[in-house]
Write a new protein. Structure first.
Ligand SMILES: [Ca+2]
Ligand SMILES: [Ca+2]
Length: 217
């Protein structure tokens, strides 16, 4: 499983499956449980929504402890890059990896409504509580920042066109050293716009893009 596959597998899952589950996910006891397994002595910055995180993680079924995913055992063995809090990973991880230090390790228990939902997602069965053990290796202030928006917005007109987003994805794939063909980027761009272009004008405004809140703009 490649790095991009995981990022976009969660991304697609979010779009096609979990988003639907979210509508009914507000049960009062449906919470993410976080246990800190290791906390480094020095913690100078903590993760927040919109940061770009690099992490290794193992996924287990709570029911029997069987492992369904391990980032260290994938073909590449590379830790994963993803943006926190924007649905690139399941909701439970978006919540469970907040306010975390580089070097910290956590055990995060996620109810099905914040994981893979009523339907599950092979190999995770329907209605499964899952447990992730995550080691956060690195964090940078990420692509959902105003700095990143400006970087994507090449002509500086404060809107993002599909071509600008596609160019950014090409850059991202290059950074992750992953080869993808053009149709892949087209599909991702289509998905990104379907999720974010709320007024349907074919571009992403600052407001549509910046899911982090607008007080920093
Ligand atoms: Ca632009
Ligand atoms: Ca728009």
């Amino acid at each position: 499983m490649s790095v991009l596959f995981l990022i976009y597998a969660f991304f697609c899952l979010q779009t096609h499956t979990v988003l639907i589950e979210f509508a009914v996910a507000s049960e009062p006891n449906e919470e993410v449980k976080i246990e800190v397994l290791y906390m480094p002595e020095n913690c100078t910055k903590k993760s927040k929504r919109g940061d770009l995180l690099n992490a290794h993680y193992d996924g287990y079924l709570a029911k029997d402890g069987s492992q369904f995913y391990c980032s260290r055992k994938t073909k590449s063995g590379h830790p994963h890059w993803f943006v926190l809090g924007v649905g690139e990973v399941i909701k439970g991880l978006d919540l469970g990896l907040d306010n975390m230090c580089p070097g910290e390790r956590r055990k995060i228990t996620v109810p099905p409504s914040l994981a893979f939902g009523e339907k599950g997602k092979d190999p995770v069965p329907p209605n499964a509580t899952v447990v992730f053990e995550v080691e956060l290796l690195h964090l940078t202030r990420g692509p959902r920042s105003i700095e990143a928006f400006k970087e994507i917005d090449r002509d500086n007109d404060k809107t993002l066109t599909k071509e600008e987003v596609k160019e950014f994805l090409r850059w991202e794939a290059k950074r992750l050293d992953t080869k993808k063909d053009e149709s892949y980027f087209d599909d991702v761009v289509k998905d990104v716009f379907r999720r974010n272009d709320h007024d349907g004008d074919g571009t992403l405004s600052l407001k549509e893009y910046n899911v982090l809140g607008h007080d920093e703009l």
